[in-house]
Design a protein around this ligand. Structure first.
Ligand SMILES: Nc1nc2c(ncn2[C@@H]2O[C@H](COP(=O)(O)OP(=O)(O)OP(=O)(O)O)[C@@H](O)[C@H]2O)c(=O)[nH]1
Ligand SMILES: [Mg+2]
Length: 254
């Protein structure tokens, strides 16, 4: 079996199909920096007629104007009940999401949280709960099995492991966003692809930038692998500013 379609993803699909008739809504968490690419299309067939709320998470890392354009764009999708940009890491996320859900989900408020690996599903659940019950981390595939969380107020949330279609795992953006594991031999290619998205004034002289940090080999040549790894890490931390990797007009998304 393909590395990126391990057993827990098959189990997740079966579980979602079984749950669909009994849940108030499915909450699909996507990455605000690439909301189309990070949607999991098969979900629409798995969930049947259940309402689908799209959460554009990590909005703190995305270009604000591009995120606004995405919200307008996705609002036209008839299969989407609500579009909610937010930052799960930020305490304000709880109120933002509760407000958005109030009009969509009827009691009993049973919600299933789905999405690609590492988009922030568990972080969002912990935020709703007000404490860290679900394990989170900067590593795709952290949550291994479904887990119910009861934050009170009649809510029941189910945290699910991340799901991704094998065909998509080749997209360098998913690797850059840390949703798909990056092989050691892919680091330099992914960093090179990413660099064209970083505005010139933020990484204008890559060579100087690498030298300044001491990413050097014996003989004074740039240590390309270390520099590439650092570009990826710093992008993921938002050190180059807010950068979106996809806009609604793009035609190459998932
Ligand atoms: N900057 C930023 N980082 C976030 C946000 N939400 C989550 N993260 C980070 O993203 C990483 C993944 O978060 P998780 O909540 O573990 O993601 P998940 O979707 O549960 O991942 P799996 O269980 O692997 O499917 C962690 O390092 C979080 O701290 C956010 O709104 N902004
Ligand atoms: Mg998780």
């Amino acid at each position: 079996m393909e590395q990126w379609y391990p057993g827990h993803m098959v189990a997740t699909q079966r579980h979602i199909r079984e749950l669909a008739p009994y849940v108030g809504a499915f909450l699909e968490v996507v990455d605000a920096r690439a909301p189309r690419l990070t949607r999991h299309r098969p979900l629409l067939t798995w969930i049947g007629r259940a309402p689908l709320v799209l959460v554009l998470n990590k909005a703190d890392l995305a270009d604000q104007a591009v995120t606004r354009a995405w919200v307008r764009w996705l609002a036209n999708d008839r299969r989407v009940a609500a579009v909610v940009p937010l930052t799960a890491k930020d305490p304000s996320a709880k109120g933002v999401l509760q407000g958005a859900l109030a009009s969509v989900v009827e009691p009993p408020r049973r919600l299933v949280v789905v999405g690609m690996p590492n988009v922030g599903k568990s972080t969002l659940l912990n935020r709703m709960l007000g404490r860290n019950q679900a394990a989170t981390g900067a590593k795709p595939g952290l949550t291994r099995g479904p887990q119910w969380i009861r934050p009170g107020g009649g809510w029941e949330w189910l945290d699910m492991p991340g799901v991704v279609t094998p065909a998509k795992t080749k997209d360098w953006r998913l690797k850059v966003l840390n949703m798909v594991k990056l092989g050691p031999e892919e680091i330099e290619v992914a960093a090179a692809e990413l660099q064209s998205w970083i505005p010139g004034d933020r990484l204008n002289n890559r060579e100087e930038w690498a030298r300044g940090r001491g990413y050097l080999l014996a003989g004074g040549r740039i240590d390309e692998l270390r520099a590439a790894q650092a570009v990826l890490t710093e992008f993921r931390q938002g050190k180059f500013g807010r950068i979106s990797l996809e806009s609604p007009e793009d035609t190459d998304g998932g």
